[in-house]
Structure formats: structure tokens, C-alpha cells
Design a protein around this ligand. Structure first.
Ligand code: GSF
Length: 203
């Protein structure tokens, strides 16, 4: 089994944290999806990281499918609960965190274009999604220890990954000052080995 990944991708980080939490051995191959040739197309028609290539050659994507697969191949540290309401709660947290990642990535992609070609409407729409998305993370976390229910889950992993990605790509939004509960949560989760070992390189 091998994971096609990149050091800055928050979606790939979600998978790398899950691998670490579940103590699953997996070769990790770094590829850049942003080069003209995009080597990730060798593994997936969508050309996006992460891709998990199984031993029989089956390629799994995207990150949500991969984490569900990994959570089920090993019983160690279950990260997606079985009961429907809890499971859907966790998947909704993940959808929110992924949506904030998508909006943040939209801005990264726009800002890479020459200034005159940047789509300011797309950037404003993305900024609104980030602002409202982070407010929702904070509201839903409230004063709880964990995002969903009483235990550590994929909801915490997705939330930790998106907050780390905001630090990398949108540090000026200052989410820690606006949302002390998220700051406290992040400080705690960032200390886990799975997070410390997968931190993105500085921008
Ligand atoms: C998103 C993956 C993605 O956009 C998932 O796996 O959850 N919904 C998917 N990956 C980016 C890299 S990024 O995370 O920095 C990617 O590979 N983009 C290349 C492209 O051509 O869009």
C-alpha cells in the first residue's frame, strides 16, 4: 500500500494523521500536483493528492474515501463511530473542515495568477466561506474537549488539519484571537505525535 501525498496538502495530512493514529504502515510518496506534467495523473484520473494505492493496484481517492477505508481495515483507534447519528456528525465536521480547505485552496490558486487575471469575486466568495466556516467550527466546538461527542475522532483530525492549513495559507485572519476555544483545542491537538509529525513546512 502506498500513499501519494504532498507536504502542504491538508487533505493528504488528514490521511497521514489517520495512518499514524491507527498505526498503519504505509509507504508515502511525495508528488507535486501543481507541475505542468502533474505526475499524480499516473495514479488518479483527477490528478489530485492524496491517492492511496492498494497492493492489488486499486487507487482510492479522495481523502474522505481513503480515511473511511483505513478506519475499517484496522480496528485500532476507531475514528468514525458506528451509530448513525454519531457517524453523520463526524462526517459533517469533516465536510465543514474540507469546505474551508477548498475555499482556502481557491484563494491560493487565484493568488498564483498574475494580478490582472485574479478573480476577485472568487476570492471574496472564498473569504466568506472561510470566515463563516471558522465561526461555525468555534460555535460547534463550544467548550467541549472534542469536536463530536465524548471521544477523539476524525472530526478532530479534520478540524486540526484545516486550522493548521489556515496558519500556512491565511495567517492574517487571526482565528486564535477571534476564537479562543479553537486556539485551546488546537494547542492540545498539535501536541499529538500524529500532528507534530505531519506539520506542513513553513510557507
Ligand atoms: C481534494 C484534494 C485536492 O484538492 C480530497 O482529497 O479530499 N477533495 C479532495 N488536492 C490538491 C492539493 S492540495 O491539497 O494542496 C490537488 O492535488 N490539486 C491539484 C489539482 O489539479 O487540482
Amino acid at each position: 500500500m502506498k500513499l501519494i501525498t504532498s507536504p502542504t496538502s491538508p487533505y493528504a495530512r488528514k490521511v497521514r494523521v489517520v495512518l499514524a493514529e491507527k498505526k498503519i504502515d504505509c509507504q508515502q510518496i511525495e508528488e507535486s500536483p501543481w507541475t505542468a506534467a502533474n505526475p499524480v495523473h499516473a495514479y488518479s484520473p483527477l490528478g489530485k493528492v492524496p491517492v492511496l494505492v492498494l497492493d492489488d493496484g486499486t487507487a482510492l481517492y479522495d481523502s474522505r474515501v481513503i480515511v473511511e477505508y483505513l478506519d475499517n481495515v484496522s480496528p485500532v483507534s476507531r475514528l468514525i463511530p458506528e451509530p448513525l447519528r454519531q457517524r453523520i456528525g463526524v462526517r459533517k465536521w469533516e465536510a465543514l473542515a474540507d469546505g474551508i480547505m477548498d475555499a482556502t485552496l481557491d484563494i491560493v490558486v487565484e493568488r498564483r495568477r498574475p494580478a490582472a487575471q485574479q478573480n476577485t469575486d472568487r476570492i471574496s466568495r472564498a473569504e466568506r466561506k472561510i470566515a463563516e466556516g471558522v465561526a461555525e467550527l468555534s460555535k460547534e466546538l463550544d467548550d467541549k474537549d472534542w469536536c463530536n461527542g465524548e471521544a477523539y475522532s476524525l472530526a478532530d483530525i479534520a478540524t486540526g488539519c484545516v486550522l493548521g492549513y489556515l496558519d500556512l495559507r491565511q495567517p492574517q485572519i487571526g482565528w486564535r484571537d477571534a476564537y479562543p476555544n479553537l486556539a485551546k483545542f488546537y494547542e492540545r491537538i498539535a501536541k499529538r505525535a500524529s500532528f507534530a509529525d505531519t506539520a506542513p513546512p513553513p510557507a
